[in-house]
Design a protein around this ligand. Structure first.
Ligand code: 5GP
Ligand code: MN
Length: 325
């Protein structure tokens, strides 16, 4: 990032419903650039889950709302550089998209999702298991690994840990563990991180999970599982992030290679879809084709403006008519 000049105004933008990697990589980069005395703002198009509220620097995130639209528009228009982090497409930044259209700033991409749009400057590697890896490489290329402190390391480690399914996915390699090791050397508290992300559930998260497990269906002949949660089945309040991870249960069934989760958050709201696969079946392509979504080969998401029952019917039709792996 040798193109940056000291006086530059930099805006970091992450995707809707930011996950651990979007938050970790952007916060790590924000803290790092601020240490170098750059003027940096970090904007999210929607709020983040409370499970991440302890992340270093997270209170600095400016979350788009009705009250701060003009303030955010001004920040974006005044920026010299806008960094788009952990996303490859403007459909992922919701309402912020319209502010970007009018901005003359240079657009920089830092991401690992396949098939990105073209940006002025690109730090992109679809083989990287997390965007946080790319941020680490950028800091390393600037010969500034000594600037990584415990806070930056914690943020990057969270991105790495969450996007690799806690160091399980086939995307990881020896560099992943080398970088994780370098971050651990900065004094991060691994158990604290794990405890806050995985041992901190409210009981309603488990109740949501129980609905999804009750509704789980297996299509044996195609090695597919799917499940759903209907808004009328939810009788208690829950937090953003409480449905995260539900998708994995269907994928963990023996012989299943493709799993889908349909979520109707509120009565008549569009259906949010999560897709996961094992091996060569590409859920990114599947989601792009049928659910105007995207993501990675083995983990993708999408959304559809149909009722839950219509959505499931639509999905089953696709599966029965032209499913071919
Ligand atoms: P999740 O199922 O956890 O919401 O998302 C899994 C992956 O798919 C993540 O990499 C996420 O960035 C991507 N993803 C989720 N929803 C969408 C979407 O609506 N559009 C696109 N392009 N990607 C998505
Ligand atoms: Mn990511």
């Amino acid at each position: 990032m040798f193109f940056l000049k000291k006086k530059n105004k930099i805006t970091l933008i992450i995707h809707k419903n930011p996950d651990g990697d979007a938050l970790g990589s952007s916060l790590g980069l924000m803290i790092y650039l601020r240490k170098l005395n750059y003027n940096v703002n970090l904007i999210s198009p929607t709020n983040y889950s409370e499970y991440y509220s302890w992340l270093p620097g997270i209170k600095s995130i400016i979350v788009l709302s009705n009250n701060n639209k003009f303030f955010i528009e001004k920040i974006i228009l005044d920026s010299d550089y806008i960094f788009f982090i952990d996303l490859n497409n403007f459909s992922r930044i919701g309402e912020l998209k319209k502010f970007i259209k009018n901005s003359k700033s240079k657009k920089v991409l830092i991401d690992h999702h396949p098939c990105p749009l073209n940006f002025d400057i690109m730090f992109h590697d679809s083989k990287a298991p997390a965007t946080s890896i790319i941020v680490f490489r950028l800091i390393s290329d600037m010969n500034n690994l000594n600037k990584i402190d415990k806070d930056i390391a914690t943020c990057l480690y969270v991105g790495l840990m969450t996007d690799t399914g806690y160091f399980r996915f086939p995307t990881i390699d020896s560099e992943t563990h080398f970088i994780a090791g370098s971050l651990i050397k900065k004094g991060i508290n691994i158990y604290y991180i794990y405890n806050h992300l995985q041992e901190n559930y409210n009981e309603n998260k488990l109740k949501l999970l129980s609905i999804a497990l009750k509704n789980l269906k297996i299509i044996k002949e195609y090695n597919i599982s799917y499940t759903y949660i209907k808004s009328s089945e939810i009788f208690y309040s829950y937090k953003q992030g409480d449905v995260d991870g539900i998708i994995n249960y269907g994928l963990n069934v023996k012989n299943i290679i493709f799993s889908v989760f349909f979520f109707e958050e509120k009565k008549n709201s569009p259906i949010k879809i999560s897709l996961r696969s094992k091996g060569k079946f590409d859920v990114n392509l599947f989601s792009r084709k049928y659910f105007s979504g995207g993501g990675h080969k083995n983990a993708a998401g999408g959304i559809i403006e149909k009722s839950l029952s219509e959505t499931i019917k639509y999905f089953l039709n696709i599966v029965y008519k032209d499913f071919n792996i």
